[in-house]
Design a protein around this ligand. Structure first.
Ligand code: NAD
Ligand code: GLY
Length: 370
C-alpha cells in the first residue's frame, strides 16, 4: 500500500492506494469514532463490494446503513440527491455520522454534495471503485450534480477525510470504463508530466491488461499530481483549471449527447483532441504532437472524433462552462506536450475551424481532426 497526503492545513487527508483495502479495518479506525456510518452506493457496485465493506465495519463494531441508488450519470440529479437526504433523515443520521461513497465518480460527487449539505456538513469518506474516480474525482473535494443546462453546475467544494483507492476493485470494471479512466490519467501527462506521458506510451498494453503494478503506479502518479494541484489551488482560482484540459469541449459533448450516452472519460478524450487541434492552430504544438496525442487515446480504446452537434450547439454549451469569466470563454490549451496553459482570448475563427475540423466533418468522414 502507498499513502499520499493532500496538504490542506487542518483539512489535510490521506489517500491510501493498494489492493484489498476494503477489508482493512485499520485504515478506517481513526476516521470512524462513532458507531454508525451511511454507505452510499449503487445497484451495480452494491452486489460486488457492499458486503465486504459492511463486514469490515461490523468487525470494528460499526453499524452501517446502505443507501443504494440507481446506476448512471443520468441519475446524478437533484431528485437522486433528495433520496439520499430522505434516507439520512428517516434513519435520524446525526452530524457525527460519516457518509462513505462506495462507487465511481457519480456516487462520489453526489455523496460528497450530500455530505456537504446534510445538517450543514457531515464527515465524508471516498472509496472510489472506478479508475476514473481513483485517479481524479475522489481527490480534491469537487462535489455536485448535473443540471439540464450543464454538467456539474450545482455543487460545493467539500473535502473528504480519507480516500481509500482499492485497486482490486478494478478487476470487475468493464473495459470501456477502464479506458474512460485512462483518459484522465493521460491528461496528467499532457498538462504537467512529459516523462509520465512517455511511461504511458510504453505501458499502455499493461494497463489495458490490468497489470496490478502498472495500475497502481498510474493511480499513484495521477493522485500525486492531483494532490499537488489541489493543495496549491483548492478553489480553482488558477492552476487547478488546468486539470480541465479537454473538459470544455468534453462537457459540451456529454450535455449535447444526453447524459450517460458518452462516458465522461470518452468525452474528455475526444475533447482533448479538440483542445490539441486548437493548440496547433494557435501555433503552439505541431501536427505531429496532435497525431501523437490522438494515437495514445486510440491505443487506450478511446474516441478521438467528437460527435457532430453542430458548431452552434457546441458554442452554446461551452458558454455555460464554469471557466467562463466576464461572459468570455476560456480554454485549457497545450503550450507544448507536457505543459498546459489557460487561455482567455482565443480568436473565434480558430475555434470555429477546430469545431469544423473535429466535428462537422464527422458524419461525412469519420476519421480524425485535421
Ligand atoms: P460512474 O460513477 O458512472 O461509474 C462507471 C460505471 O462503473 C457505473 O456503471 C458504475 O456503477 C460502475 N462501477 C463502478 N465501480 C465498479 C467496479 N469496481 N466494477 C464494476 N462496475 C463498477 O463513472 P466514473 O467514470 O467513475 O465517474 C464519472 C463521473 O465523475 C462524472 O459524473 C464526472 O462528472 C465526475 N467527475 C468528477 C470529478 C471531480 O473532481 N469531482 C472529476 C472527474 C469526473
Ligand atoms: N477534475 C478536475 C478537478 O478536480 O479540478
Amino acid at each position: 500500500m502507498q499513502t499520499l497526503t493532500v496538504g490542506l492545513a487542518e483539512r489535510s487527508y490521506p489517500i491510501h492506494i493498494g489492493t484489498g483495502l476494503l477489508a482493512n479495518a485499520e485504515l478506517l479506525t481513526s476516521h470512524l469514532p462513532g458507531k454508525r456510518v451511511a454507505i452510499v452506493t449503487n445497484t451495480t457496485v452494491a452486489p460486488l463490494y457492499l458486503e465486504r465493506l459492511q463486514q469490515t465495519l461490523q468487525e470494528m463494531g460499526v453499524h452501517s446503513m446502505p443507501i443504494v441508488l440507481p446506476d448512471g450519470e443520468v441519475y446524478k440529479t437533484a431528485d437522486t440527491l433528495n433520496t439520499i437526504y430522505d434516507a439520512l433523515l428517516t434513519h435520524r443520521c446525526e452530524r457525527s455520522t460519516p457518509l462513505i461513497a462506495l462507487g465511481g465518480g457519480v456516487i462520489g460527487d453526489m455523496t460528497g454534495f450530500a455530505a456537504a449539505t446534510y445538517l450543514r456538513g457531515v464527515p465524508f469518506i471516498q472509496m472510489p471503485t472506478t479508475l476514473l474516480s481513483q485517479v481524479d474525482s475522489s481527490v480534491g473535494g469537487k462535489t455536485g450534480i448535473n443540471h439540464l443546462l450543464g454538467k456539474n453546475m450545482i455543487g460545493a467544494f467539500y473535502q473528504p477525510r480519507l480516500v481509500l483507492a482499492d485497486i482490486s476493485t478494478l478487476d470487475t470494471l468493464p473495459d470501456n470504463e477502464l479506458s474512460a479512466g485512462l483518459a484522465e490519467v493521460i491528461k496528467y501527462g499532457l498538462i504537467r508530466d512529459l516523462p509520465f506521458l512517455e511511461w504511458l506510451e510504453q505501458n499502455m498494453d499493461k494497463l489495458l491488461a490490468r497489470d496490478t503494478e502498472a495500475l497502481q503506479y498510474a493511480v499513484l502518479r495521477s493522485c500525486q499530481h492531483k494532490a499537488e494541484v489541489v493543495a496549491a489551488d483548492e478553489r480553482e482560482s488558477g492552476e487547478r483549471a488546468l486539470l480541465n484540459l479537454g473538459h470544455t469541449f468534453g462537457h459540451a459533448i456529454e450535455s449535447g449527447m444526453g447524459y450517460g450516452n458518452w462516458l465522461h472519460g470518452e468525452a474528455v478524450a475526444a475533447g482533448t483532441v479538440m483542445a490539441a487541434d486548437l493548440s496547433q492552430r494557435m501555433g503552439w504544438i505541431s501536427a505531429q504532437d496532435v497525431a501523437r496525442i490522438r494515437r495514445l487515446f486510440q491505443r487506450a480504446n478511446l474516441p478521438v472524433v467528437a460527435p457532430d452537434l453542430g458548431a452552434g450547439k457546441y458554442l452554446d454549451y461551452m458558454g455555460h462552462d464554469k471557466k467562463v469569466e466576464g461572459g468570455k470563454m476560456r480554454f485549457v490549451l497545450l503550450k507544448e506536450v507536457g505543459k498546459a496553459v489557460l487561455k482567455g482570448e482565443v480568436p473565434s475563427e480558430l475555434l470555429q475551424q477546430t469545431l469544423e475540423a473535429c466535428c462537422a466533418r464527422v458524419s461525412a468522414e469519420p476519421t480524425e481532426c485535421a
